[in-house]
Design a protein around this ligand. Structure first.
Ligand code: KMH
Ligand code: ZN
Length: 310
């Protein structure tokens, strides 16, 4: 496929994996999600991937009212593309998970391309004391998680969201998910160019080995030809190394505290913007340019920030 000239940085601000005990930097109040999202956009992120959290204890939420407390404020303060998750919380049905996207009709939303184990239970061993009661069971309990995204779930989400003209961030955690996406494209569910997020290092998905990145990319080239754009997300310590390699291969990158709490080996990041600033410096030092929100809109063929419902 043709090499894209500029690199799109997505920042995933808070997610559904990490909990408040794990880092003071992880935002969960509406004020903190707002201010970190704005700072990440100022640092160079053109896409903000957003989950909501409960205001009082940082628990994961898919309630539209929790999104309503920060979406308009982010829109007012930045030109960034808002991408709403349909993945978190990991154990809820797809019907519940698409509600924020149907309510707010953002330019982008995530869509997870297969069912899988999705676990972060080993993290529970690292903490003796927890800030909030729910955290320990949530993290330990992920050992039993099945993240359900059947073909019917994917079709229902795509059909429900079709009237909103939202571009999907197709979350692919393993090579089989690329074939699932190809099947769905062949049945007419998604329009080219699709935007694929290759994900490495989630327990239950493909591991964070660079060979796997090459393998995923080659497979996508074979399946989609010119009909796709791509980005890479490495979980935990693989975040910056994978983003760096992806940008050198002509791909886009995703960073953010949703995927890694670190800024370097063993050192917690101060905030999301610090990770964005770091990958931006690396991309520019290596001779590439970072895409502005409008350039990202053009690359991904988005509907435009004036056609959202918040
Ligand atoms: N937390 C990421 C590994 C979603 O929000 O739909 C995947 C993700 C899923 O971002
Ligand atoms: Zn997410």
């Amino acid at each position: 496929m043709a090499k894209q000239r500029k690199t799109i940085i997505t920042c995933a601000i808070t997610g559904a994996i990490h909990t408040p005990t794990m880092s003071d930097a992880l935002p969960y109040t509406a004020d903190d999600i707002t201010s970190q999202a704005i700072a990440a956009s100022e640092a160079g992120a053109s896409i903000l991937h957003l989950h909501a959290r409960r205001e009082n204890d940082g628990g994961v939420s898919v309630e539209p009212s929790d999104f309503a407390r920060f979406l308009p404020r982010i829109k007012q303060a930045t030109d960034a593309i808002v991408n709403i998750s349909t993945g978190g919380s990991l154990t809820l049905s797809i019907k519940d998970r698409v509600k924020p996207a149907t309510t707010f009709s953002p330019e982008m939303c995530s869509l997870n391309m297969g069912s899988m184990n999705f676990s972060f239970h080993p993290l529970a061993e690292r903490y003796d004391q927890w800030k909030f009661d729910w955290e320990k069971d949530y993290v330990k309990g992920s050992e039993g998680n099945i993240f359900r995204n059947t073909f019917r779930d994917i079709r229902e989400a795509a059909e429900t969201l079709a009237p909103h003209d939202i571009k999907f961030e197709h979350e692919c955690y393993d090579v089989g998910h690329l074939y699932n996406l190809k099947f769905c494209m062949d049945t007419g569910l998604f329009k080219a160019p699709v935007f694929i997020q290759f994900i490495f290092g989630i327990l239950g998905g493909i591991g964070a080995d660079i060979d796997n990145l090459i393998f995923m990319k080659r497979t996508a080239d074979r399946l989609f030809g010119d009909d796709y754009r791509w980005s890479v997300l490495g979980a935990g310590g693989s975040q910056i190394p994978f983003a760096t390699t992806a940008s050198q291969m002509g791909g886009n990158v995703r960073v953010g505290l949703e995927d890694s709490l670190l800024i370097s080996r063993g050192k917690l990041a101060d905030n999301n913007a610090q990770q964005v600033g770091k990958i931006r410096r690396i991309i520019e030092d290596l001779g590439s340019e970072v895409a502005s929100p409008d350039e990202a809109r053009e690359i991904l063929a988005l509907k435009g920030g004036d056609r959202v419902n918040f």
